[in-house]
Design a protein around this ligand. Structure first.
Ligand SMILES: [Zn+2]
Ligand SMILES: [Zn+2]
Length: 354
């Protein structure tokens, strides 16, 4: 049995260096693009806090980065942007967070704060953003530093393992739901039912929505019904009633006209993904007339994240996560790439330090 050591005492024994996973030479995941390296334990700069990582979710974006689909912005960067841990050191000038706070570190690491989008509350559209695990080192390591303004305090009701996938998949799905402007008690269609969608569905259901899920996976359809969806059909099935709103999670452009056609008058379709295959030619009368709206979703604001974590805690969101030991990050990414992971893969740190 490992003895439980209080956080404050533990924090005094910080080693000078730590093992970490870094993106070596990007390429196919089974060729080992991640390197196991030794790095100095980072020291928080002004306005930053250092987080002792307890878990880090494995996101598909990490896979894109490791494989080179997402161009590395900094050689040797440490991936990981679904990080949960406790603050063990404050940099100079921190006022918002405290040592020992349990925080989440998300994809959005910093915005410029000066562009017209930042100034108008649309920081998700910032023209000069910085991302965790892409521009700056992320959580595939026992420690990382983060601007205190961009870390989330994780509500008490949510465990570390559950919190990790909420920080990326959860928040983006939540923003997509808000972008549909679904009326209270409205009818929502969800196309594709993976990590992000199953969290979003729970928020909509808790809000009193009627949810119809369209997905090709029989297992996902069963999960949808289990969570309370009113119906679950095939990927391009027609929902049993017209929809007030729909979210397209599947990266399949062919489904855009399908989903638009399923909307009632005045309905909105939000496309949640970063990537989407080509959208076929739309027919104005069939797909858009009667004030149907097609919208995209780009990243999220901090306000989205704070709001979502509060909602997630309040409704007791169910998260399915599969733990992997920290030193098996390469295996977790390989499993993700080959669809061998049930729920979200989450790296778990061993007790670290002397
Ligand atoms: Zn992500
Ligand atoms: Zn900006």
């Amino acid at each position: 049995m490992t003895e439980q050591v209080p956080v404050a005492i533990e924090a005094r024994h910080v080693p000078a260096s730590m093992p970490a996973w870094a993106v070596g030479r990007p390429g196919p995941i089974d060729g080992g693009p991640l390197a196991w390296v030794e790095r100095p334990v980072p020291v928080p700069g002004p306005g930053q806090v250092r987080v002792r990582v307890s878990v880090c979710g494995v996101c598909r974006t990490d896979l894109h980065l490791a494989e080179g689909d997402l161009e590395p912005r900094r050689p040797g960067v440490i991936p990981g942007h679904e990080v949960v841990g406790r603050i063990d050191q404050l940099g100079p000038g921190c006022t918002r967070l405290h040592e020992g706070d349990r925080v989440g570190v998300p994809w959005l690491a910093r915005t410029c704060g000066a562009c017209r989008f930042c100034r108008s509350g649309a920081e998700n559209l910032c023209t000069g953003p910085t991302f965790t695990g892409w521009d700056v080192d992320g959580g595939y390591a026992p420690y990382l530093v983060v601007d205190e303004a961009f870390a989330y305090v994780v509500p008490d009701g949510i465990g570390d393992m559950e919190a990790a996938p909420l920080l990326c998949a959860g928040i983006i799905g939540y923003r997509a739901l808000r972008r549909t402007a679904l009326p209270r008690g409205g009818r929502l269609g969800i196309y594709g039912f993976g990590g992000s969608a199953h969290l979003t569905a729970q928020v909509a259901l808790a809000d009193g929505a009627t949810v119809h899920v369209m997905t090709r996976s029989a297992e996902a359809r069963a999960l949808a019904l289990d969570l309370g969806a009113a119906s679950a059909g095939g990927a391009d099935a027609r929902p049993p009633e017209p929809l007030d709103a729909a979210i397209l999670f599947a990266p399949v452009g062919d489904l855009v006209p399908t989903a638009l056609e399923a909307l009632d008058r005045g309905g909105t379709l939000a496309v949640a993904g970063i990537h989407l295959s080509d959208i076929p030619v739309l027919d104005y009368q069939r797909h858009l007339f009667n004030e149907r709206t097609l919208r995209s979703v780009t990243a999220n604001t901090r306000a989205d994240g704070i709001e979502f974590l509060e909602v997630a805690a309040r409704i007791g969101i169910r998260v399915s996560a599969t733990p992997y030991p920290f030193d098996m990050a390469d295996r977790a990414l390989s499993d993700l790439s080959h669809d061998r992971v049930t729920g979200a893969a989450v790296l778990v740190m061993p007790e670290y330090g002397p």
